[in-house]
Design a protein around this ligand. Sequence first.
Ligand code: PAF
Length: 291
Amino acid sequence: METVTSAREMKARCRAWRAQGLSVGLVPTMGYLHRGHGSLVERSLAENSRTAVSVFVNPSQFGPGEDLEAYPRDPARDSAFLKALGANVLFMPKAAEMYPPGFSTLVEAPALAARLCGASRPGHFRGVCTVVLKLLNIAAPDRAYFGLKDAQQFFILRRMARDLDLDVAMVPCPTVREDDGLAMSSRNSYLTPDERRAAPLLRRALLAAEGYLQGGGRDLEKARALVLETLASDPRFEAEYVEAVSTCDLQPAAEACGETLIAAAARLGRARLIDNVIFDPAGGARRPAGR
Ligand code: PAF
């Protein structure tokens, strides 16, 4: 596996593969890789001739006072992890490579970014869309892989790809979980051992809502209340939001009649945990593999 830091070199490499008739998969990440990222890389390796992974802690998706400086980083470990998996190229640009002096174009999908994480992180999804569009333009992949723990991010990026006629398949991948149900996240490293033991409560809260819907309930206020009640059982959890929205427009829904995302964010100590369930009344709950 080669590591490339220049966008020009990365472009040349990926385009050379395409010219040879090889398909390319891209896994965009911010590094500090875990098994969740590993599952995206494995999926890309299975579905493409070549797999490119980017590791870039993107400053434009962090707001003032957020954890840009503290965000965990371990490039040497990431590189060894990707090499062992069999990734073909690691793109690890510096911020100045992605945002050179004079950079002034931003991409956003305001209607989908107004609620859920976007409500408390203004500008976050603009930064995500901008960097992902740049990465897609650089690597020109056939497919790009994203984890569904960040469900709002995936639905926004899929919208961006459709709206801007991008020639890439945006592939949603199931959330990968620790044995106790906690969704894997680089930010879980902020949890103290006590908080880590408490953290799966968020998953249990969402499963309570999912159980209600699977049992035939359709009242999404009731589903939200179940999540909030469960979270309230541990005073260390500070719920930031619990929302039930349609997956096509991310607007609130009163009843689960189409595919519905129930998503929650909660503070636990220094960590901000997010998780979700996706319920489709036609097919039941989507049960991500790797649970
Ligand atoms: O999900 C992430 O790690 C980031 O938001 C992404 C998609 C790599 C963009 O920086």
